[in-house]
Design a protein around this ligand. Sequence first.
Ligand code: GLC
Length: 756
Amino acid sequence: MSENSFAQDRIKCLRALAALPETEGSPLQTSVADIETKVATLLSEMDIGAKLGQIYQISASHQNEKVEEQVRQGRVGSILNQIDPNWIRELQRIAVEESPDRIPLIVGRDVIHGFRTIAPIPLALSATWNPELVKAVSAGAAAETRAVGVNWTFAPMIDVTRDPRWGRVAESPGEDPFLTAVMGQAMIQGFQGDDLAAPDRVAACAKHFAGYGASEGGRDYNTAWIPEQQLWETHLPSFQVAVEAGVATFMSGFNDLNGVPATGNAFLLDEVLRHRWGFNGFVVSDWKSVEEMIAHGIAADRAEAGLLAARAGVDMEMVSSCAPDHLERLIEEGEFPLERLDCMVANILRVKFALGLFEQPYPPEGAVYPPAMDERVSELARQAAAESFVLLKNEGSVLPLCAARPKIALIGPLADAPADQLGTWSLDGRPEDSVTPLAAFREREKKGAVELHYAPGLAYSRDTNEAGFAEALAAANEADVVVFVGGEEAFLSGEAHSRAYLNLPGAQEALIQKLKESGKPLVLVVMAGRPLVLEAVLPQVDALLYAWHPGTFAGPALADVLCGNVVPSGKLPITFPKAEGQIPIFHGRRNTGRPFNPQHWVPLDQVPPGSSQTSVGGSSYCLDVGDTPRFVFGEGLSYTRFEWSAPALSRSTLPLGESTEVSVVVKNIGQCTGSEVVQLYLRDIAASVTRPISELKGFEKISLAPGESCTMRFELSPEMLSFPDATGSARLEPGEFTVSVGSNSRDVQSVRLMLE
Ligand code: GLC
């Protein structure tokens, strides 16, 4: 019997969920004292031109003399989108040898899920429920990034979202505040390590602060209306944990929050971030989001936009130059205090000193782009891909493909799509590095492990040309099992790529229907950047493996899982709707005054014509699809099975402010070793405000051999039993709680806890 312990890091996440004040400053705050001295000394030597230069970031994607001259004059403090180590070296040389104050540049890039070696998209990384693995993947990405002289990544994206129409759900850790906080913390720890000056670490960036994931209608850049209660319990915790994890920078979002753009929002950037949480890194605006405050209708012109952003708490302006262009005059006119500009510059210099850029600003000698691929980084990307896959259906245990030499028909537009399998935000990923499912199975075919019949059937995910169907059906007829790899091209998710219809694009549904004519077992593998609506195909397939966009090593990872070398262990980080009309639908919803009553539910096609208005309904659900999603948060099958004891509390009646412990025994009753994610949920039955029917408060991923069992223990602390009120203050209230443990947010066993 092996025991588990509750990771100390997770407790920080729980504290954030209760909006409790942090106990210690972020590592940046504990930066060596001499950094503060150096910052103050350098600041005192800078003129206003130099200060305005530090708050300006330009996109320097192509080498040109204008950029070099701007750096030479000290008019630029940061560049983004430059990855050629030779030009980065030259720009740094100009900055530290020729600019007036010799200040090095901080060099940013979107390294969202890998640099050259592309790991699964962040939504998939979250599906591993393995923060230690995510941390290691992020560390690998940091090493590849710093190797070319880039020293800052615009990640992790830790916007909670419950809207799969939103293209950027692909970049997020999903719908849950706690899981998002844990994954964001892991990424920050991986990117930054314990020493930002190390040659294999980069500064991280918590983004997009805040509320971007609630963009109305799932349309990107749209308005977010979020009541304070929901802001504190859902959208802010992951960012508070990021501060406690020592994140060096924040990025303000494009969206307006409750009528005030995040980039000009003093409540977020000053009151919460600085005064409540004590953040002392720097805030960069998102791309031109300062200037976009004119379009938002909150600034009359560029001068006012720059003033609003600077006053609110933006330290560095990305690409637009409203503040750098106008703050000098605004200071002269007494509109903006010089001390505030000094503070902005100090925040930026603090991070540059912590990165060691004043001692070593240059890329390593001999640095080349792309950096060499590292075997360990590649292995981590492959492992993360395999662990991110979520098995959602497996009728008749058609998986794993156990035959000694299975005859496989490999079909579908994503079976050999080296660029699309990388997913969105894979800027420095190289399709030529990709190992596709076709390539991986060809390798197995060469070794005699499989007999392969390949036909794409469709050229790409949106293809509607059915000319390839006959060849695909012929391949299926030759095989014992059909593996269809479909889903979304990478282009269909990510920034500015929201979708209103979430079914399989193009003629994929028709092709799957055609393949059924073969009569062979059909395995559907979906590569996508979001949950899709699969109602049209789910009844047709025997197995469903959700693969997200798995990155460079999608092929080997998929072959490992389909052939049983790796047992699937992924769990959904986001709810899958039956229809777009159900959105938003998520596990942590409120109960309402009329929770769904199954007795009210009559399938719509069974409601007689002319039925009276009150003959059906009467509780909270949709007439046509009911009240449940297709797949729930935390769901995922294995090739083995687990048996759970009922949870037991060390004390079921608890004095306010004290802790108790919940334990549960999990046993592997199947035939193969497998991993299970033990999930702990709480429900506060009656409080001063309505509470979610399900709050994730802890989880542990465990591996058990056949017959092995494990006692899982979770502390139930006052933090876990608390919740933030609309002012962000923690509330711990007496009353009844339901403590639930299970393998997902629906299939749980519960026990009652009374807080007195
Ligand atoms: C983009 C994104 C942001 C990214 C930045 C730099 O528009 O919103 O996430 O980091 O610009 O590329």
